[in-house]
Design a protein around this ligand. Structure first.
Ligand code: MG
Length: 414
């Protein structure tokens, strides 16, 4: 296909009023969520869409605080000139073009991710095929179109806050409830106990990146070991990123404690994820089509995991467009079954007496015209051509980008 136009749109979804969350090391303020939408148009006027990159960790050094807006500039100023006017036979050809630019490697990975997803969307639309079918051809699998999901919510709440969310999400039939601890070692331990008491079927996952992101108040290694061991002993399904992403020795030591560990979202490339897997210390590997070179890159990681004692469960935290993209991957990929479902306020797909959402993120839903079908904790993967959803371009007007970081950490004593 001949690529005529590549565009990135930075958009902001305000959190009004601004929220403050207390954690062990201080207060975190939540101001907005930023996203980038990437659109690729062919010479024939067809459009492919993708959620655009800038994972906070991968882009931090390159872009510092304002990653999302600068990522859209980068798409428009560096990636667009490289791709426009080229003729792409295979999606991989676009990866080569991006890798041949002068951009730093980590930026190439982020750009290749968005371009890969948008080209798959185009390829599906051209052939009238959902992406999961294109991927099933590659993997030689039968797609599964109703996928179990775990709910990703809780962040810095009093233990009763986590408790309430877990109860609601349990009732809604989700496979698991993932929360972010970090309210102090004793309270974190208490939260583990409470969640075990009040939940029935739902698995519990801890996303523990908070433990080492609290400035001077970050937990020491013995506190982390104790908490990991305790969570494991109470049956936690996994403990995610309990140490810094590149601390492979730390992962190895913790893996001796009997708890299941997860990680990978902060890695820059598919190869980096594979190297984490090769430590043998993680049970769950969390690549993401939005950050790890799209379907192409994640397929490589999944093929590495095949037949080994490690399960690929995509990291997925953002809008419904990203959710749908990762859903197509899970649908087709071998030995991959579970999808992460971020829970935001006023989710039109969830019906419950109380709102289990983390905070408002209206753009997460408004980005596509359709409502997604979620019932009993399962999502029906859209079966139309490409991603199978219609991006609502009104969002470009409705959610103008605003300056500044989306979140701020105010640490005690610093
Ligand atoms: Mg995480």
């Amino acid at each position: 296909m001949e690529i005529a136009k590549v565009r990135g749109y930075a958009l902001s979804s305000p959190i009004n009023p601004v929220q403050s969350r207390e954690f062990h090391g201080g207060v975190r303020r939540l101001l907005k969520r930023d996203i980038v939408l990437v659109v690729i148009e062919t010479k024939d006027g067809e459009q492919g869409f993708a959620p655009g990159g800038a994972s906070s960790s991968a882009m931090r050094e390159y872009f510092e605080d304002e990653s999302q807006m600068l990522f859209s500039d980068l798409v428009n100023e560096e990636i667009a000139p490289a791709l426009e006017g080229t003729s792409i036979q295979e999606v991989e050809d676009a990866h080569d073009i991006i890798d041949n630019t002068d951009l730093p490697e980590r930026v190439c990975h982020e750009a290749a991710s968005a371009v890969d997803v948008a080209l798959y969307d185009l390829k599906g639309k051209r052939t009238g095929t959902p992406i999961y079918e294109l991927l099933s051809d590659r993997f030689d699998t039968e797609p599964t179109t109703s996928l179990p999901m775990y709910a990703s919510a809780g962040m810095y709440m009093p233990p009763e806050g986590y408790e309430e969310q877990a109860r609601i999400l349990d009732e809604l039939g989700f496979f698991g409830y993932k929360y972010r601890p970090g309210i102090g070692p004793e309270k974190d331990r208490h939260t583990i106990d409470i969640l075990n008491e009040v939940t029935e079927d739902i698995e519990i996952m801890l996303d523990a990146h908070t433990w080492w992101k609290m400035g001077n108040h970050s937990y020491g290694s013995s506190t982390i070991s104790d908490l990991v061991e305790y969570a494991g002993s109470t049956g936690a399904y996994w403990i995610e990123e309990p140490v810094e992403p590149d601390d492979h020795d730390g992962y190895r030591e913790l893996s001796e404690l009997g708890a299941s560990l997860a990680g990978g979202e902060s890695k820059e490339s598919p190869q980096d994820l594979i190297e984490l897997a090769q430590t043998g210390a993680v049970d769950f590997l969390q690549g993401d089509v939005r950050h790890h070179r799209g379907f192409t890159g994640c397929s490589t990681i999944i093929e590495f995991c095949q037949g080994k004692n490690i399960e690929f469960v995509p990291h997925n935290f953002g809008t419904w467009l990203g959710l749908v993209a990762n859903a197509h991957l899970v649908s087709a990929a071998p030995e991959v079954n579970l999808l992460e479902y971020p829970v935001f306020e006023n989710d039109p797909a969830l019906e419950s007496s109380k709102d289990p959402g983390m905070y408002p993120f209206e753009l997460a839903f408004d980005i596509i015209e359709e409502d997604l079908e979620v019932s009993n904790g399962h999502i029906e993967v859209p079966d139309g051509p490409g991603l199978g959803v219609t991006v609502d371009l009104d969002i470009v007007e409705d959610y103008p980008a605003t300056e500044g970081p989306w979140t701020e950490f105010h640490y005690k004593d610093e």
